[in-house]
Design a protein around this ligand. Structure first.
Ligand code: MF3
Ligand code: CO
Ligand code: CO
Length: 268
């Protein structure tokens, strides 16, 4: 007897939807590549937001999905140092040498979403910060490697938790990856911790994100009472996150937000 139900048919994208997801994913990846050279000491996160907004709207003819999403005031999220996620770009937050910053981009094009984020090391960073960023990247890559039809959501969570904790880091539990498509956030929730062989079975045609948030210290977070968005580590230590949007395929998965130079992206 099956202990877990198969995903309802709504989780499976049609070929036409998948084509739109590929387009949206590529656009999100392109925004990251475009903004990368701008992430330097002295730039404000507000300026990074403005550059991304203008590129998405005027060059890509697409929509920055975060803008006005449940009242979010900006077009991207910028999460610096102890900020776990959902940092609000600001003219007053000027990046300085040694900061680590996550830039999270979600593009809506022709009714479909692509969602991806990367960490940038600003100037020269301390070795412990670089190490957190690297191990978090490894968590995402290891998780992507386990995605194939028949694998389970718990397998994804398990490899992330295992690698983070083997490095004496902790996994944030209050926020997770998510199904994605015509809606920014769809079912299922993709937890970044778990046990192998548990949770929903992955089926060809599902699209979802994996976006581990890994803390240098304890896993607990606090939501800013001042802006209602910014999530920080409770202990004030560093947090890192990387995110991709994936499609489950017969052979494994397609990384819809792969950038040039990543293993899932052909030369172009
Ligand atoms: N991009 C985030 C994610 O990966 C969500 C940001 S929601 C916002 O799911 F409102 F803060 F923009
Ligand atoms: Co996401
Ligand atoms: Co995102």
């Amino acid at each position: 007897m099956k202990s877990q139900p198969n995903p309802p048919p709504g989780f499976i994208k049609t070929p036409a939807e998948i084509e739109r997801m590929r387009v949206a994913g590529r656009l999100a990846a392109d925004v990251i590549e475009m903004i990368a050279p701008h992430v330097q000491p002295g730039v404000s996160t507000g300026e990074l937001d403005r550059i991304c907004h203008d590129f998405i709207v005027n060059v890509q003819h697409a929509i920055p999905a975060p803008l006005d999403y449940h009242g979010f005031p900006k077009s991207i999220c910028t999460s610096v140092n102890q900020v776990v996620c959902h940092g609000i770009p600001s003219e007053r937050r000027i990046l300085k040498n040694g900061d680590i910053v996550n830039v999270d981009v979600t593009v809506l094009k022709d009714g479909y979403h692509g969602d991806t984020s990367v960490m940038f090391l600003v100037g020269r960073c301390e070795a412990h910060a670089e190490r957190l960023v690297r191990v978090t990247h490894e968590c995402l890559y290891r998780a992507i490697e386990v995605v194939h039809p028949g694998a389970r959501l718990g397998d994804i969570g398990h490899v992330i938790q295992q690698h983070a904790e083997a490095n004496y880091y902790s996994v944030v539990r209050e926020y997770c990856g998510h199904g994605i498509g015509s809606q920014f956030h769809e079912e299922p929730q993709v937890l970044h911790y778990g046990r192998p062989g548990t949770g929903m079975e992955l089926v060809e045609g599902m699209t979802f994100t994996i976006e581990p948030m890994i803390n240098a210290g304890k896993r607990h977070t606090k939501l800013s009472q001042r802006d209602g968005w910014t999530v920080e580590t409770r202990d004030g230590r560093l947090s890192a996150q990387w995110e991709h949007t994936l499609l489950v395929t017969a052979g494994g998965c397609e990384v819809l937000t792969a950038r040039r130079g990543e293993p899932w992206r052909g030369a172009d």
